[in-house]
Ligand binder design. Structure first.
Ligand code: NAP
Length: 237
C-alpha cells in the first residue's frame, strides 16, 4: 500500500533532505511538509503548510490536511541551538529566561503540540512511525562536557516526551512506534558555527538521511520509546 508522510522542519538541512528522499520514493503517495514559510520542490505529491511554533494558533493550519485518510510516518526535524537572540550557554552565568523559553518552545513544546494536533489522523491510521530528531547531547549519562544548558536540557525533555508518547500510543495501537534519532554531526544552519571544533566525522544532510532512513525502516514495536543514533545504536538516557 502507498504511504503518506509528514515532515516538520522541511526547510531545514535535514528536513529538506528527508523531503527529497521520500519525494523520490515511488511507494510514497503524498508528503505533507511543514515549515515557517511554505516550501516545495515542484513535486505534485508535496503539500506544504506553514507552521511556526512561536505563533499562537499555528496548528490550526493543519486543518488543511484533514482530508488525508492515513499517515504512515511523521518526521519532526525542527529545532534550534542558536538564533539572533539565543546563544548556547557556556556557563550558568549566560542563562536567561528568554533563551530558555525560545529553545524549549521550538525543541519541546512545538513538537509535542504538533503530535497532539495530529492525534485524530494518527488514531485512524493503521500504525504510525513517529520520529523526532533529538541529539546525543540530550543524554544525561553521556554528558561529560557540560554547557549548552538550554539545548541539552530541551533535548532531554524531548526524550521524556518521546518515552511518554510511546507508552500512550502503544495502548491505542500496538503498531504505533515512537523514537528519537540523533542524526550525527551534520552540516546545517544549526551546526555551522560549531563545526570548526568538531574532531569526528561531519555528515552531509544527504548522508545522514540515508543512514537514518535505514534505521527508520528497520525499527519495530520493541524499539518504541528509545533514542537511536544514525547507525541504529541505542543512546542511553
Ligand atoms: N545538524 C546537526 O549536527 C544536528 C545534530 C544533532 C541533532 N540535530 C537535530 O536535527 C534537527 C534538524 O536540525 P538541522 O541541522 O536540519 O537544522 P536547521 O537546518 O537549522 O533546521 C532547523 C529547522 O527547524 C525549523 N524551525 C526553527 N524555528 C522554528 C519555529 N519557531 N517553528 C517551526 N520551525 C522552526 C527551521 O525553520 P526555518 O528554516 O524557517 O528556520 C528549520 O526547518 C534539530 O532537531 C536538531 O536539534 C542536528
Amino acid at each position: 500500500m502507498k504511504k503518506n508522510i509528514l515532515i516538520a522542519g522541511a526547510s531545514g538541512a535535514i528536513g529538506r533532505e528527508f523531503s527529497r528522499f521520500y519525494s523520490d520514493d515511488p511507494n510514497v503517495e503524498k508528503i505533507v511538509t511543514l515549515s515557517r514559510k511554505t516550501y516545495g520542490f515542484g513535486d505534485k505529491k508535496i503539500q506544504s503548510i506553514e507552521v511556526d511554533y512561536s505563533k499562537e494558533g499555528t496548528f490550526e493550519n493543519l486543518d488543511k490536511i484533514s482530508q488525508l485518510e492515513s499517515i504512515s510516518t511523521i518526521i519532526i526535524a525542527t529545532g534550534i541551538l542558536h538564533t539572533d537572540q539565543v546563544k548556547p550557554e557556556k556557563s550558568i552565568d549566560n542563562i536567561n529566561f528568554e533563551s530558555l523559553r525560545d529553545v524549549f518552545q521550538v525543541n519541546v513544546f512545538g513538537p509535542i503540540l504538533l503530535v497532539k494536533k495530529l492525534l485524530p489522523l494518527i488514531k485512524k491510521s493503521g500504525g504510525v512511525k513517529i520520529v523526532f530528531l533529538t541529539a546525543r547531547v540530550g543524554s544525561i549519562s553521556d554528558n561529560e562536557l557540560g554547557g549548552w544548558y538550554s539545548y541539552r536540557s530541551s533535548k532531554s525533555a524531548l526524550n521524556m516526551m518521546i518515552k511518554n508518547l510511546s507508552i500512550e500510543l502503544k495502548r491505542a495501537n500496538k503498531e504505533n512506534i515512537v523514537i528519537g534519532i540523533h542524526p550525527g554531526t551534520v552540516k546545517s544552519h544549526l551546526s555551522e558555527p560549531f563545526l570548526r571544533n568538531v574532531k569526528h566525522n561531519i555528515f552531509t544532510p544527504r548522508k545522514s538521511v540515508e543512514l537514518m532512513t535505514q534505521v527508520i525502516s528497520k525499527i519495530s514495536q520493541k524499539d518504541s520509546g528509545k533514542c537511536f543514533d544514525f547507525l541504529g545504536k541505542v543512546i542511553d538516557p
